[in-house]
Design a protein around this ligand. Structure first.
Ligand code: ANZ
Ligand code: ZN
Length: 856
């Protein structure tokens, strides 16, 4: 028995595809285009199984669509700026650029070893000036269009290193390196006006009908549209007012306090003469800037001693607190609290002994006894204890309260979004420089376009905390483009989410020098027809890209709103976890073997191993399998095939050795079927013989049913079903021994079908076998084999027979059989007769091709 030489074969076909430029994409107005894109990788240095899954899925789609006649664009590039390069520079004493480019080179080879049908001539790395110069230009255009602006904003400050920390560098409220309690500081930073598009981004979600419902919902919640009222409380003994935002003006008669954010101007004013309040504010600011931290912290407040006057009753006063759960960034930074109908307010009221008055009573509750205990009531109902609102249902009461606040000039009905403008300044080196100059006389001046790109200096050091651009001796010193006096460059760089907000457009014209892309190219290729990536990007990356596209449209770059017409989010790759039974230390799958009893033991010392749960592959739990090892041992096709075979692609997949072994065995089986057939194949192109054995006819039917079903599976991302179909067909074809009439012909037809439909999944093997079948063309350039509809439809169907709702028999009947024939067949069945047990049949319902229901 010969063996398939996987290494040689895979390398050979990769070289052939490459030389022929099989996957080079060219605009061609005469052909329908299809743009398939996987989220581009961060160049960490090595690919992981998540990449293998992501790119396998994308490649199956790309190859399939190409075979279906589409002009396919399938590019690849590198999301190359970011913090890990700076960390590596610090730890390994290398330069971020050197580290990044070395990683790109290594990962490019790894991805190429997967046999991806990528147009590598379009490769881009976002850290290269020819890429980011266009981003700087876009920013300047946004600035002109009023879509970018500067304002003071809070950052995480490490007081030991004296440096700004990215959110991911704050771990449990402490700096990742120093362990110091992180503080909030205010810095002047750049913002992009994404909120300007809040409503448009929300409405656009409706058109994204090829996006997962879950992602659409997450975006909707992130944008967070709320309708409510802004109104102003009079402050007792002061001339000014306190403006609050509420979505529940109906609950105003249940109000028992007002609260302001620790960063509210009023809090700052009061704190100036009250040290205890200043201390409380400082405590609030240590909570970190994330909404989650604020949400989960214990609700705390500080009574300012001020009171405000109820808007509907001048004799009613409410105390004003500074509270840690009120965000300055939302609404007006001030609220009124109604403890009975808001959980945070209730927790707060219980802590500070404030009244809890229910004003909304559920329709099925007794208003006389309805009370609120530990849980606020947030459901529907009608109003009580609320004077002129009494008896109204919640919605009507909201209307009425809003109307009265408007009528008395105390407030206005408004719409509020949770979405905040996008803060894009980062105090980091390894990012795109923000192209502005600060001049003492002229203020903030954009870098003139003919001076772009503003490139990063190469001679930087990372041994001091803080931003290396800022301590660079010369880089930031320049002259003002307006007045020519000495001025300093902005030393902040862009959030790396900016590079990924437009790379899909750059891929359309990656070598365009004067412009980020050409209108013709994006007009032809965009939107991306199928985007594929992890659910972790459901909100930020996808929302920023949708915003950026709209901003580009406004600035005349392109004519498009939604960059991604279709989105698929794949599941994770999981693996069993292993621990040393004694020490409890995590063990890698590579460090253990099975003993004679089938139990795992340590390879090095034979020690016992505890097998733990199946979890996402992660370095910390050591349950990772390196794709390089797998590709080296089994080849890319086996890895790809297994990735597709076990689970639906949107679900998590468990990587197992048995699974990859199974894929490998199947590869060899197909290889032998084609290279060592039971009987010699007739030459390619031999016409269908006049007579075929019954077996040959049956196999032909299965071949064409498989072709029909498989195309549909691939269209619908049911890759695991497609794999199952391929395996079934292989079984059926293998059954043909070739002795009967025309069986040699059908054997070829079956093998060709197998080879052609597996091509998107296992392209190297398929190409090799296509050649072995005597073809001189490249399979990568062949059209998809379409099914013969006459053979693809079943002429018999399986019909279950139910007697009084219970399944009693299954019959094989001709498709579209007449009802009376189906009824007779059902009643003739012995199991059905037994179930009837002599009872008269009252009714038979035949659902054509589906089910027969007998009622007795
Ligand atoms: C009074 C009230 C009574 C409220 C009640 C709710 C229930 P969404 O739906 O997210 O828009 N709020 C307003 N500004 C806030 C801020 N800066 N920080 C924290 N909370 C704030 O939530 C709007 C509600 O969140 C508002 O309606 C306000 O509390 C609170 F039974 O006003 B409500
Ligand atoms: Zn100047």
């Amino acid at each position: 028995m010969s063996r398939y030489n996987v290494k040689e074969t895979e390398a050979k076909w990769q070289a052939v595809w490459d030389q022929r430029g099989c996957f080079t994409a060219r605009e061609d107005a005469a052909r329908p285009k299809y743009y398939v894109l996987e989220m581009f990788p961060y160049p960490s240095g090595r690919i992981h199984m998540g990449h293998v899954r992501n790119y396998t899925i994308g490649d199956v789609i790309a190859r399939y669509k190409r075979a279906k006649g589409f002009n396919v664009l399938h590019p690849m590039g590198w999301d190359a700026f970011g913090l890990p390069a700076e960390n590596a520079a610090l730890e390994k004493k290398t330069h971020p650029a050197v580290w990044t480019h070395a990683n790109i080179a290594a990962m490019r080879e790894q991805l190429k070893s997967m046999g991806l049908s990528v147009d590598w001539s379009r490769e881009v790395a976002t850290c290269d000036p020819p890429y980011y110069r266009h981003e700087q230009k876009m920013f300047l255009d946004f600035l002109k269009a009023g879509l970018a602006y500067r304002k003071e904003s809070w950052v995480n400050w490490d007081p030991v290193d004296n440096t700004v920390l990215a959110n991911e560098q704050v771990i449990d409220g402490r700096g990742w390196r120093t362990g110091a309690l992180v503080e909030k500081r205010k810095l002047s930073q750049w913002f992009l006006r994404i909120t300007e598009f809040a409503d448009d981004l929300l409405k656009g979600i409706e058109s994204l009908d090829r996006w997962p419902e879950r992602v659409r919902l997450m975006q909707e919640n992130w944008i967070g549209k709320s309708t409510g009222v802004r109104f102003r409380f009079a402050i007792k003994d002061r001339a000014d007012t306190l403006e609050v935002f509420t979505t529940r003006p109906d609950t105003l008669f249940g109000a028992s306090f007002a609260a302001i954010s620790a960063n509210h101007p009023l809090a700052a004013e009061l704190a100036a003469s009250r040290p205890e309040l200043a201390a409380f504010i400082a405590e609030c600011n240590r909570l970190g800037t994330s909404e989650e931290a604020i949400e989960t912290a214990e609700k705390k407040g500080f009574d300012t001693g001020l009171t405000v006057v109820h808007p509907f009753d001048p004799t009613w006063e409410l105390p004003v607190y500074v509270a840690n759960f009120v965000l300055m960034e939302y609404g007006t930074g001030a609220i009124f609290g109604c403890p009975a109908h808001d959980q945070r307010d209730l927790d707060f009221a219980r802590k500070y002994g404030l009244p809890v008055t229910p004003v909304v009573v559920p329709d099925d509750a007794d208003p006389a006894t309805f009370a609120v205990g530990a849980e606020a009531y947030t459901g529907p109902g009608s109003l009580r204890n609320s004077r002129f609102l009494d008896g109204l249902p919640v919605d009507a009461a909201k209307d009425e309260a809003g109307r009265r606040l408007e009528a008395t000039g105390q407030g206005e009905r408004t719409t509020q979004y949770r979405l905040r403008d996008w803060g894009v300044s980062r105090q980091r080196y390894w990012g795109c420089p923000i192209p502005v100059i600060h001049c003492e006389s002229c203020g903030t001046v954009p870098v003139p376009e003919d001076q772009l790109p503003v490139t990063l200096p190469e001679d930087v050091t990372f041994d001091k905390p803080g931003n290396p651009l800022d301590h660079h001796p010369t880089w930031k010193h320049t002259t003002c483009p307006c007045c020519g006096k000495p001025a300093v460059r902005e030393t902040d760089t862009f959030d790396t989410f900016i590079e990924s907000s437009w790379y899909f457009a750059r891929f359309c014209a990656p070598h365009s020098a004067d412009a980020a892309f050409t209108k013709e190219a994006v007009g032809y290729w965009l939107p991306v027809d199928q985007y594929i990536g992890g659910i972790e990007h459901a909100v930020l990356h996808l929302l920023y890209s949708r915003f950026w596209t709209r901003a580009l449209q406004r600035c005349g770059y392109l004519d498009l709103q939604e960059p991604f017409a279709g989105l698929f989010t794949q599941g994770m790759v999981n693996h069993e976890t292993y621990k040393d039974a004694q020490s409890g230390a995590w063990l890698s799958p590579a460090d253990i073997v099975k003993n004679d009893h089938g139990d795992y033991i340590r390879t090095d010392n034979g020690g016992a191993v505890t097998v733990g749960r199946v979890e996402k592959m992660s370095k910390s739990k050591k349950n990772v399998v390196d794709p390089a090892t797998i590709i080296d041992g089994y080849g890319a096709d086996a890895a790809r095939f297994f990735m597709l075979s076990d689970s639906p692609p949107e679900r998590d997949l468990e990587w197992t050795e048995a699974g990859i072994d199974g894929a490998w065995r199947f590869i060899n089986r197909l290889w032998r079927m084609v290279t060592e057939p039971a009987v010699a194949f007739p030459a390619p192109g031999t016409p269908l013989p006049a007579t075929l054995s019954d077996e040959a006819v049956a196999v032909r039917k299965q071949i064409h049913k498989t072709l029909a079903g498989l195309g549909e599976d691939l269209e619908k991302f049911r890759f695991n079903k497609a794999v199952a179909r391929v395996r079934e067909l292989a079984n059926a074809v293998a059954e043909l021994n070739g002795a009967g009439a025309g069986e040699d012909w059908v054997l070829r037809e079956g093998c060709e079908a197998l080879v052609r439909v597996t091509a998107p999944m296992m392209p190297h093997l398929a190409e090799e076998l296509w050649q072995a079948l005597g073809h001189t063309t490249l399979l990568a350039e062949q059209p998809w084999p379409d099914a013969d509809p006459a053979l693809a439809t079943d002429d018999s169907v399986t019909m279950p027979v139910q007697v009084n709702g219970k399944l009693r028999a299954t019959l094989s009947l001709p498709r579209d059989v007449a009802k009376d024939v189906a009824e007779a067949a059902a009643l003739a069945d012995a199991n059905v007769q037994r179930a009837l047990d002599g009872k008269p049949v009252r009714k038979i319902v035949v659902v054509p091709n589906r089910v027969i229901n007998v009622v007795a």
